[in-house]
Design a protein. Structure first.
Length: 255
């Protein structure tokens, strides 16, 4: 029965798979056969087929919860107090797939802490390796904030787009697209939150030697740990047209 973030339609994770051209897709529902309730997550497979799964050991592992929201979605909970996060070591295949291409990120989840910065996903290492950071950040409310980070002045900060919807304690569907040297859009629960024109630069991931993190940022040390739940986290190579984006949003929770 279709339940995952749906109202009588296919689960969001399944519909994202039909898009093709996915960079990565992490769907907590895929963990139902791997983990029991409140189990620590050692490995979260990438459902895109690209093999970009993430792993963790010890107390830094997040926790799995099946059937966790009102639509029957499973969730992976990251607790900031324990510095919980997941990692895929530097992989040139991820860098090469992007190399300046537009991307669209899908985030269905929530923050559980109204304060500070909490990374959702990132691929950035300080020292001149530019890369993206998507995070919850407290700007009057806990909002989704997307940035392109660089310590190289020639790249500059390419975009800085955030959603004004308060995501603290509330399950939200965010779709954020970014086209290098062009524009970035933030859609939260089906509404346009932000449209910005980005500055110049070399583009996402270009020549980026860094590891891929879910729930943390590595910027001269691992910081900005997520305190919240992730149901689905995905990234599409390209900017979705309006018709495709709305087809994913309409009829879903909060939309």
């Amino acid at each position: 029965m279709p339940t995952a973030l749906s109202k009588g339609r296919a689960p969001l994770g399944e519909e994202l798979r039909t898009l093709g051209k996915l960079l990565f897709l992490f769907d907590a529902n895929d963990l139902n056969s791997l983990y029991s309730n409140t189990a620590s997550v050692n490995y979260w497979p990438d459902s895109s087929g690209n093999g970009f799964g993430v792993s963790q050991t010890g107390t830094a592992r997040p926790t799995f919860y099946p059937n966790f929201d009102t639509f029957g979605n499973a969730a992976v909970r990251f607790g900031a107090g324990g510095g919980q996060h997941m990692i895929m070591a530097d992989n040139d295949n991820m860098d090469n797939l992007l190399a300046g291409a537009p991307i669209t990120t899908f985030i269905y989840g929530r923050s559980l802490y109204n304060g500070l910065s909490q990374a959702i996903w990132s691929k950035y290492t300080s020292g001149g390796n530019a890369g993206p950071l998507f995070r919850y950040r407290n700007i009057g409310a806990t909002e989704i904030y997307a940035e392109y980070l660089s310590t190289n002045a020639a790249d500059s900060v390419q975009y800085n787009v955030y959603g004004s919807t308060d995501c603290n304690g509330v399950n939200s569907l965010a779709i954020i697209d970014y086209t290098p040297t062009s524009v970035a859009h933030s859609f939260i629960n089906g509404s346009v939150d932000t449209l910005v024109t980005s500055a110049g630069g070399s583009g996402l991931f270009a020549g980026n030697s860094s590891s891929f993190y879910i729930g943390a940022l590595n910027a001269g040390g691992v910081t900005q740990f997520l305190n919240g739940d992730i149901y689905i986290l995905g990234c599409y190579i390209g900017a979705l047209d309006t018709t495709t984006r709305r087809a994913l949003e309409i009829g879903r929770a909060h939309v």
